[in-house]
Design a protein around this ligand. Structure first.
Ligand code: PGA
Length: 244
């Protein structure tokens, strides 16, 4: 269960969040919990969660180790800051910062080379869904992106299916729609990396996941977890999702 805080919360807010969130998930054993705050909050988040099972991730990375790349943060830096995960290719980055499949692949490899677990996001836009292009888009994103990994690399990633029309809109994909998309991704994984790798792949669903829809989503065998935006900002609501 992963939370994506996007561009919300200051270090002080982060402290307050974990003070309230930690006791609510202290007994959790059924899943991994990852929270991805903004870069400036990582230090506080890592400190607050030391000695707990909560893991911290970044929301983006640059593929170089260090260098004259103003404004960017490398996987090496993120790992050194105490993070274990990083989101790659979120649709907001694809949309607002023109991230391509090739960049998604490069960033995914950079994350793995720095011992970070990448949460690689894919998903179709509303117009693409309405034009019956969902499957084609997912295949294209798979083939152009994570399809370029080696089998060893592929075994270490998490994939998040996030239909763009469901992100922050209150429109959740029905569990059946999400499961169909996950099946497409798993089929592609099987074609490229084999049946066993496809079976072991964990695919998270993301897009308006809330405490009141998480149980139905998780009831689908194809859905292995959730990437939660808005509802991860509040400790009570995210703990209800974790404890679905
Ligand atoms: P949302 O965002 O839960 O606010 O829809 C999900 C995401 O963008 O990861």
């Amino acid at each position: 269960m992963a939370g994506n805080w996007k561009m919300y919360k200051t270090p002080a807010d982060t402290h307050v969040f974990f003070e309230r969130f930690k006791p609510l998930v202290e007994d959790v054993e059924h899943c991994e919990i990852v929270i991805c705050p903004s870069f400036v909050d990582l230090h506080v988040a890592v400190k607050e969660t030391g000695g707990t099972q909560i893991r911290i991730g970044a929301q983006n990375l640059y593929w170089g180790r260090e260098g004259a790349v103003t404004g960017e943060v490398s996987g090496h830096m993120i790992h050194s800051a105490g993070c274990s995960h990083v989101i790659v290719g979120h649709s907001e980055r694809r949309q607002f910062f023109n991230e391509s499949e090739a960049e998604v692949l490069r960033k995914t490899i950079a994350a793995l080379e720095n011992s970070l677990t990448p949460i690689v996001c894919v998903g179709e836009k509303l117009a693409e869904r309405e034009a019956n292009m969902t499957e084609g888009v997912l295949v294209e994103q798979f083939v152009g992106g994570i399809g370029g990994l080696t089998s060893d690399q592929f075994a270490k990633i998490l994939v998040a299916y996030e239909p763009v029309w469901a992100i922050g809109t209150g429109k959740t994909a029905t569990p059946a729609i999400a499961a169909d998309a996950h099946r497409v991704l798993r089929r592609e994984a099987a074609i490229r990396f084999g049946v066993e790798a496809a079976r072991n792949l964990r695919i998270l669903y993301g897009g308006s996941v809330k405490p009141d829809n998480i149980a139905k989503l998780m009831a689908e065998e194809e859905i292995d977890g959730a990437l939660v935006g808005g509802a991860s900002l509040d400790p009570e609501s995210f703990s209800k999702i974790v404890n679905f």
